[in-house]
Design a protein around this ligand. Structure first.
Ligand SMILES: CC(C)(COP(=O)(O)OP(=O)(O)OC[C@H]1O[C@@H](n2cnc3c(N)ncnc32)[C@H](O)[C@@H]1OP(=O)(O)O)[C@@H](O)C(=O)NCCC(=O)NCCS
Length: 157
């Protein structure tokens, strides 16, 4: 396995991965997301802006020359009353289905930790939906904890 920064050539791969993940989210939460909107998301615009303008960090893992996973993180600031308000936020993480449970995501998260250390950042955050047990297990295995949750109610008119 090899890890490297993403380039513009990776955008079709990134798009395919993220749409798959988002559609899965929409299937689990039709009250919050529509599959159609997820499929029509402007992944290309967001990622080409991020890559061209060095906004955050996007990494790609390749296994035997094939792209097998990606992560995107960016620097953010949370409220000043937190002990460590400068954070690295995990925007997206995805591993190609055939290559799961082989340590690809772990490698990606280790790289994220390296970046955090280089930037002097002590806190990494991610948002994970309650249905998404694999991601929760992954984060647990890497020492993350869920100190709070977001609660949502849809008001029917
Ligand atoms: C979550 C995801 C990124 C994990 O990628 P992966 O490369 O398979 O993860 P790894 O092989 O590095 O797993 C590391 C550890 O995480 C845990 N884990 C990962 N997938 C798991 C699963 N399906 N069930 C239980 N534990 C799991 C295990 O502890 C695992 O260690 P082990 O294999 O030695 O038991 C992958 O399942 C994925 O891409 N899911 C869809 C995209 C997604 O939901 N992204 C997150 C959006 S917030």
């Amino acid at each position: 396995m090899a890890i490297r920064r993403a380039s513009l050539n990776d955008i079709p791969f990134i798009k395919e991965c993220l749409i798959d993940s988002w559609v899965e989210h929409a299937k689990n939460h039709p009250e919050l997301m529509t599959e159609e909107r997820m499929r029509n998301s402007k992944v290309e615009d967001y990622y080409s802006d991020a890559i061209k303008n060095n906004k955050g960090f996007t990494f790609i893992v390749e296994t035997e020359g094939k792209k097998t996973g990606l992560v995107r993180v960016y620097q953010d600031k949370v409220a000043n009353f937190f002990k460590d308000p400068d954070i690295l936020y995990i925007d997206d993480i995805y591993v190609v289905k055939k290559f799961r449970r082989k340590g690809v995501a772990k490698l990606l998260l280790k790289e994220v930790e390296k970046i955090a250390k280089q930037l002097g950042i002590k806190r990494i955050d991610a948002r994970v939906y309650t249905f998404n047990k694999p991601t929760q297990k992954l984060l647990e295995s890497m020492g993350f904890k869920p100190p709070h949750s977001t609660w949502t109610k849809i008001i029917n008119s």
